[in-house]
Design a protein around this ligand. Sequence first.
Ligand code: ZN
Length: 243
Amino acid sequence: MDEKSLVLDRKYTCPVCDHKLTAKAVKTNSAKFVETKWDLRPIHSNINVNKYDAICCTNCGFAALTKNFTNTTQTQRRLIRENIQANYRPHEETPCEVYTTEMAISRMKMVLLCTVTKQAKDSEIGNVCLKLSWLYQDLADELPDDEASAKKKEAYLKEANNAAMNAYDHLVKARMNEDFPIAGMSETTLDYLLAYYAYIKGEYSTAMQYLSGVVTSRNTSPRLKDKSLELKDLVNEKLHPSE
Ligand SMILES: [Zn+2]
């Protein structure tokens, strides 16, 4: 099925400037789930849902993840007015049928800028960085596997890694200071993700610490438990390399 038949326009009112705007959203239950990657990036066979999670106001520049768009505080709205709207050139929404991954990345970057500007919690900033990291990987995946694309792919994956490490820093802080769910994740899911990021960073004993709780917890879903055990093997290989 065509991607454009799987999305619809949702209407919102901007909490900062009261402008009426639309953002494309994936129709409920239309995406066909295939798998989640090591960093929990969801893959669907008929549409990339990661592209449709940013709402952007073209009148004042305010942008947020869908679930965070309406719940701003008065202080946050003031911060956005003073630091985003004041420098923003209002324009009409560009009509389009679907978002390309490039468009989704520039929308998500606007979300990141606004989320930092409004001094959001670490969980929210970490969540945005995670989604940005996923989108850069999606963009890399869209490139053909040939020599001409290799450099581009490497650059996208580098951006993905930068965003991921940013996500890691914020989510570690969120884990210390905030209550679950954090960035929409339960304790076991977040600990699995932090373990994976620690593994990527080469911090193998930290990775193992995060994993030990995930593997033994009764709240871990079978799928997450399988992934955690696989990751544990990879971490163990690094901690105790066999000759
Ligand atoms: Zn606005």
